[in-house]
Write a protein that binds this ligand. Structure first.
Ligand code: FAD
Length: 470
């Protein structure tokens, strides 16, 4: 019998944990090779957990971050056994520790043949195209190093892309040494001198990281943060009691943003009347967010993105309490100045960048800085992503961006929908690219569950392919 093959493109959390879950599938042995394609120096950490800076913390406590949904203590046990818990502050550990954890988990799968017969190998390159197999079913994945991988099934686990360019054309400033378009790139802050003036665009978790990084580097220059809503991520409340779900009784069937908001507000008020913070009320919505999102027609989803997504993001994606406290101090002491509005134009001069910030109903504001750092969050609008693989699949009509710019169109299992809404038998995706289906498809709890269900589905597909061959 011919060996089957699955190619996973992208070896961050999503792709690596999919490989780990494939290796854990039970049942009759598989005759299958799993190819994990990742250009970084090691698979596992991906974009989020690569940065080697001790002040970059995970935004939820370690107890919520096991790689395995059915083994909730797994990460905490790993921290204890390896001694990496020394790096944690009040239950919040460093992202670099988490990267090492993931690297070790996927490393075991790469080093040892799995009990179920799957053989996983890492290709330290990037995928440039996925094309139909000219010699039969399946596809051929072409790597940047020239290698071709014949694949029965292909999974796109491409993750988060650097933030969108912040202004309309012209974009001459993109090549200026003081413009930092990718705050997560290695050494992103290294060219900033202690006395340089720095402008951050955006006030979410990335801006928090950048400010903590600059503070740790002894930065003394002027720090300004421009954002449309002017809010900062709320502080996490570890140990807050849970709040009961009210989806089935009050939210099911609500098809407008306004109706859902009204019910949620009532519950926040009820919680406050009982002396509870608002955070557990929002957290209780989390398992039901895909159903709430799917219950809204496109126009309502668009309304939510226009009016509430910015606020939702700072309420839902919280800072470790210690980080929130430092940001509060930086603001209160005037060390960090805030501007409301969005960058409309950036003009580069020899040493500086001149930025115009606009806000509806207010006069434009201009300021000069030696460095501008885009902290507006990952770009997931697949209409605009210029990665060669994404461009090739988009032009071939195999990857269809959603109309709201959140990710790719998929069916409920993560199979890509083509231009005629036909689900692919070959191409699947996992990770933030699935936001159009769920809205929240970003954090570890959602992604580890996707890895389990997608691994099972791919296992079934392999069995079907093997059955068809007998
Ligand atoms: C800075 C940051 C911090 C975060 N912190 C947290 C946190 O504390 N807690 C939490 O729950 N979530 C956090 N997240 C959310 C994050 O989305 C997930 O936790 C998770 O890391 C996503 O993993 P991923 O594999 O889908 O994406 P990524 O980590 O982006 O990995 C995708 C990988 O695909 C590779 N790739 C891309 N294109 C190709 C190609 N053509 N060929 C081959 N490989 C390719 C990239 O090199 C990359 O390594 C954070 C996100 C960011 C950006």
């Amino acid at each position: 019998m011919q060996r089957r093959s699955i190619t996973i493109i992208g070896g961050g959390f999503s792709g690596s944990m999919l490989a780990v879950q494939l290796a854990r599938l039970a049942g009759q042995p598989f005759q299958c090779d799993v190819h994990l394609v990742e250009p970084r120096p090691a698979p596992g950490p991906g974009l989020a957990y690569t940065a080697r800076r001790s002040e970059y913390l995970l935004n939820v406590p370690a107890k919520a971050l096991s790689a395995f949904p059915e083994e909730p203590d797994h990460f905490q046990n790993w921290l204890r056994v390896t001694g990496a818990d020394q790096d944690c502050q009040a239950g919040f550990c460093t992202r670099q520790s988490y990267g090492r954890y993931l690297q070790q988990l996927v490393g075991q799968v790469l080093e040892w043949p799995s009990m179920n017969g799957m053989n996983c190998q890492w290709h330290n390159s990037s995928a440039q195209s996925v094309e139909p197999n000219p010699d039969g079913p399946g596809a051929v994945v072409r790597l940047r190093n020239g290698q071709l991988i014949r694949s029965d099934l292909v999974v796109l686990a491409l993750g988060n892309f650097p933030p969108a360019v912040p202004t309309p054309l012209p974009h001459d400033y993109l090549s200026h040494r003081g413009y930092h378009g990718s705050p997560w790139a290695s050494g992103a802050l290294s060219g900033i001198k202690p006395t340089d003036d720095v402008l951050l665009l955006g006030s979410g978790l990335t801006a928090v990281d950048v400010l903590l990084g600059l503070r740790a580097d002894g930065h003394q220059g002027r720090l300004t943060v421009a954002s449309q809503h002017g809010r900062w991520p709320a502080a996490a409340v570890p140990g807050a009691p849970s709040y009961p779900s009210f989806w089935a009784t009050e939210l099911a069937g609500l098809s407008s943003v306004g109706a859902v908001l009204q019910v949620v507000r009532q519950h926040v008020a009820a919680a406050q009347a009982q002396g509870l913070p608002w955070q557990p009320v929002l957290d209780s919505l989390r398992p039901d967010l895909p159903r709430i999102w799917a219950g809204w027609p496109l126009a309502e989803q668009s309304r939510f993105l226009r009016h509430l997504a910015g606020i939702w993001s700072v309420l839902r994606h919280r800072s470790p309490p210690g980080n929130a406290e430092i940001i509060g101090q930086l603001l209160a002491s005037g060390r960090v100045q805030q501007l409301r509005g969005r960058a409309r134009e950036i003009v580069s001069t020899d040493d500086d960048l001149l930025v115009t910030v606009s806000r509806a109903g207010h006069p434009d504001q201009q300021l000069t800085a030696q460095h501008v750092i885009t902290c507006t969050g990952p770009l997931l609008d697949y209409r605009r992503i210029q990665e060669p693989l994404v461009v090739q699949l988009r032009e071939a009509g195999q990857l269809v961006p959603d109309p709201l710019g959140l990710g790719m169109l998929t069916d409920a299992d993560g199979a890509l929908l083509d231009a005629s809404s036909q689900a692919s038998d070959i191409l699947f995706t996992i990770g933030p690219s699935r936001r159009p289906a769920y809205f929240e498809s970003t954090a570890v709890p959602e992604l580890r569950a996707q890895a389990v269900t997608l691994a099972r589905l791919l296992g079934q597909r392999l069995r079907q392919l093997e059955g068809a061959e007998v």
